[in-house]
Ligand binder design. Structure first.
Ligand code: ADP
Length: 865
């Protein structure tokens, strides 16, 4: 026989088979059967068992309800889906059978709302993608901020959008092919029906209460509509309250944005430093001095999506410049922003009725900063540059007043004990609270009254959860207890009593407290819903504040590091004087970075070939150019003396030798795939940076590929785009001899008695040699190896083995090194040599000398064999 509770459990579980079901039973969330085994293992909690009626025992593992958040975090991080089943009726009201229970939320990586599971300065996106033919529909939502958007793009751009947003979860139709996503994204297959066009259209129209999707701009974008519909459909089954808060859908086009493919994002280290994957050495961290999570999220979004829209960029630059002009202004704004919390997420919690009383107080405090910000943004004659920001900050004084009137200054985390609602806000609340308080006071005063009445000085009035209020008398005084004292509990040293009067006041207190708690939570909900009525104003204000935060942060970074406002245009040129790499500069410390110039344009210096030894600074330089263009196109100032940036539609990069082991591809294969993608997608307006193409294969192959790639970019009619090509193959310098728009540059080094000194300066002209052996020497290779390498190099070059000879003959270069090559015949250190050094030749007889010479020769022969 299974019990009703077990039957109820099995029924609910059957509806959520793919999730771990947390089944609320009193103070615990229990799991049973396989779920129990899983959570016991994953959360390292004990696995027990429980008997349901006379049926056999089933495995059980539970977590205390108050610890839900931390356990939930661990399960979600491990990739589980969790269904939370709450008790939805009081046990007393449904005496027959178990209490009612219902799954209120299914938590997945893309639908978490708990602050502790979210990163403040990053969005947490749930996304959906569907493809058909050559196109893809893509939609995403952040349910903690209600950002909801959809687009329709060529299928090749889907990875770009996925890399840009790095969603926590991606929904795809069951029947679709696997999609490549980064490690952060969990892919969830949902029924194809969710992506059905008719179904999706109806779902969206019903959701927004409209009869056409025209207003959202997706009526003619069937794939975007399908993806957007799947998102709503999924939320309806996992997070209903979140779906309800999505009041609008933005259809966007990727055409107005610079395209950055996943490898370029990685190579330019926009969000994470490459070497150790740490964030502290990313471009974002170099630019981020935002004070609010909203500003942090916005800056991250901007860095991930530079613009092609000149007028919007000018607007952004104007705003940065306005803040840049006055450090006092920045200080005042930053001080105000420090008072501002995450208004977007607060508002969402308040509207979804998941807010705590403290959230309301934080919202009020944040909005109180708004008028002061607005004042600063409008106070000088130059403020037209930030007029749209000032306009964005709406009048929210009524919301602030409402919250301040209703909620006490320092409320507890939850309603229930009468401390949330401010005195004077609700006469009824005050009355009930007063009566609870006066009854409590009455009981509190009982102690002194009863002491007086009984003459027992040690008499105590106390309270415990089981027995309620009591009077405690020690054994020695028991005989003095009056007749109306009724015994309740016997202790070791005394007895506890109650009196009828005490009982009466106790029940008054309890009724008043119940009532107070009900009224308080009603009032709290009312206030939340009233605040929700101002959602538009609050959201607009939050939006403007996020912008202010970003502009102020960019200005602050510019001021601290000496950045300048770049000149933006539609030209195809990039001219930078004394540019610096913002991240490397920061790592090296003030004054250590050597600035460099850049001059690139499609008409003249289109293909810059940068040669120089390893470690000279080639990679740093080519990335620096790309990063400066990117910074300029988010509206930021750039580290340079002056900069003219003709807007770039895409940045492509192929940098370094990275093994993509996760994808099971060899280094060389990855390199070729990425290079092919660049050649297939670049346009004349793109900027390409290539680092050491062709290194992953033999020298001949590699050089051949490098050369033909460079020629293709230079001469193909649909390319011809600005390109920086860093290579240690100095043979490539001869490209400049026959490609009219190719220019040679090298990173200057000076040579001092065989040692090279890196000058980090980019100078015109090609490097005439590789310096590989110099670098090996600096790296600490044994001298014998270095010398042998010189020798081998000479031999190779003499044999004419040098590929693509550029006229500088191998033998000339061998001659340069012949001296060192000869020296190398005598090893720098060996036992024979050491002994030779120690000999005191002057004191030797000729015969001794001959013998020693013979002995040394024998030793040397041994070394040779
Ligand atoms: P390459 O690509 O030529 O092998 P990198 O670009 O990796 O060399 O540079 C090697 C190191 O040199 C960098 O880690 C950096 O510390 C330093 N460096 C590069 N460029 C500069 C510069 N302009 N000023 C100062 N140091 C630099």
């Amino acid at each position: 026989m299974t019990t009703p509770a077990r039957r109820q459990y099995l029924r609910i579980k059957s509806e959520h088979e793919d999730a771990i079901l947390l089944f609320r039973m009193g103070d615990f969330y229990e799991t049973f059967d396989d779920d129990a085994r899983i959570i016991a293992r994953e959360l390292e909690i004990s696995l027990t068992s429980r008997e349901f009626g006379s049926s056999s025992r089933v495995p059980l593992a539970g977590i205390p309800y108050h610890a839900l958040e931390s356990y939930l975090a661990r399960l979600i991080r491990k990739g589980y889906k969790v269904a939370i089943c709450e008790q939805t009726s009081e046990s007393s009201r449904s005496q027959k059978g178990p209490v009612d229970r219902e799954v209120v939320r299914v938590v997945t990586p893309g639908t978490i709302v708990e602050d502790s599971l979210l990163e403040g300065k990053a969005n947490n996106y749930l996304s959906a993608a569907v493809t058909e033919g050559d196109f893809a529909g893509f939609a995403y939502v952040d349910i903690t901020t209600s950002e909801y958007a959809a687009t329709q793009i060529p299928i090749a751009e889907l990875p770009v959008e996925l890399a840009r947003l790095s969603p926590a979860e991606l929904l795809v139709p069951e029947s679709s092919d696997p999609v490549d996503v980064d490690a952060r994204t969990v892919v969830a297959s949902v029924g194809d029906d969710s992506f059905d066009l008719e179904w999706a259209t109806e779902t969206l129209m019903r959701h927004f209460g409209v009869s056409s999707l025209e207003a959202f701009g997706c009526d003619r974008l069937p794939l975007a509509t399908r993806a957007a519909g799947a998102v709503i459909d999924y939320l309806a089954s996992t997070q209903r309250s979140a779906a309800a808060q999505l009041t609008t859908l933005r259809t966007y086009s990727t055409e107005l944005h610079m395209v950055l493919d996943p490898q370029t994002r990685r190579n330019l280290e926009l969000f994470e430093g490459g070497r150790w994957g740490d964030r502290s050495s990313s471009l974002l961290s170099a630019l981020d001095r935002t004070r609010t999570p909203m500003g942090g999220r916005r800056l991250r979004a901007w860095v991930g999506q530079p613009l092609l829209d000149l007028s919007e960029l000018n607007r952004r630059q104007d705003a940065v410049e306005w803040f840049h002009r006055s450090s006092l202004r920045r200080e005042r704004v930053l001080a105000l922003l420090d008072m501002v919390s995450d208004i977007q997420r607060l508002l969402n919690r308040i509207r979804g009725f998941g807010a705590s009383p403290r959230d309301l107080v934080s919202l009020a405090a944040s909005l109180e900063a708004a008028p002061h910000l607005k004042e600063i943004l409008s106070e000088d004659e130059d403020a037209c540059r930030v007029a749209s920001l000032a306009e964005g900050i709406r009048d929210t004084t009524q919301v602030v007043a409402l919250i301040r009137d209703a909620i006490s200054d320092d409320p507890p985390l939850a309603t229930g004990d009468g401390k949330v609602i401010r005195h004077g806000f609700s006469p009824e609340m005050d009355r009930v609270r007063d009566s609870a308080r006066s009854a409590q006071q009455y009981i509190a005063q009982m102690e002194s009254r009863e002491r007086e009445r009984t003459g027992i000085k040690s008499l105590k009035v106390g309270y415990n959860k089981v027995f309620g209020y009591y009077i405690e008398i020690s054994n020695a005084n028991l005989k003095m207890a009056p007749d109306d004292y009724v015994r309740r509990q016997t202790l070791v040293g005394g007895e506890r009593f109650i009196t009828p009067e005490m009982k009466e006041y106790e029940s008054r207190i309890l009724t008043a407290q119940d009532r107070m708690s009900d009224i308080e939570s009603d009032l709290f909900r009312q206030v939340c819903s009233q605040v929700g009525e101002y959602a538009r104003e609050i959201a607009a204000t939050a939006d403007a504040m996020a912008d202010v935060d970003v502009f102020c942060s960019l200005a602050e970074v510019a001021a601290r590091n000496g950045y300048i406002r770049p000149e933006l245009s539609d030209s195809d040129a990039i001219r930078i004087r004394q540019g610096r790499h913002p991240v490397v500069e920061r790592a090296l410390g003030a004054g250590e970075f050597v600035p460099n110039d850049t001059e690139l344009s499609c008409e003249s210096g289109q293909l810059a070939i940068i040669t120089g030894p390893n470690m000279a600074g080639k990679s740093t330089y080519i990335r620096q150019v790309a990063i400066l263009a990117l910074m300029a196109q988010i509206g930021s100032f750039v580290p340079a003396q002056s900069a003219e940036i003709g807007l770039v539609d895409r940045i492509f990069s192929r940098v370094g030798l990275q093994d993509d082991l996760a994808l099971g591809q060899s280094t060389f294969m990855v390199e070729m795939v990425e290079t092919a993608s660049i050649l297939n997608h670049a346009t004349r307006r793109s900027l390409i940076i290539l680092d050491e193409i062709g290194r992953g294969t033999s020298t001949f192959d590699g050089l051949a590929i490098a050369r033909s790639v460079a020629e293709y970019i230079h001469s193909h009619p649909s390319l011809g785009c600005k390109t920086l090509f860093a290579t240690h193959y100095h043979e490539l310098t001869e490209l400049a001899d026959y490609l009219p728009r190719a220019r040679n540059f090298n990173v200057a080094v000076s040579e001092d008695r065989g040692e090279i000194v890196f000058l980090r300066r980019i100078v015109p002209g090609g490097a005439d040699r590789s310096y590989g052996i110099h670098v090996a020497k600096i790296a600490g290779m044994p001298a014998a190896v270095v010398n042998r390498a010189w020798e081998a190099l000479g031999a190779l070059e003499d044999a004419g083995g040098r590929p693509y000879s550029n006229g500088r003959s191998g033998s000339r270069r061998a001659a340069e090194h012949s001296k060192s090559a000869q020296l190398a015949l005598i090893p720098m250190s060996s036992p024979a040599l050491d002994e030779l050094k120690r000999l005191d030749v002057a004191s030797m007889t000729p015969i001794e000398a001959i013998n020693k010479l013979y002995e040394l020769q024998e030793q040397a022969k041994k070394v040779d064999t």
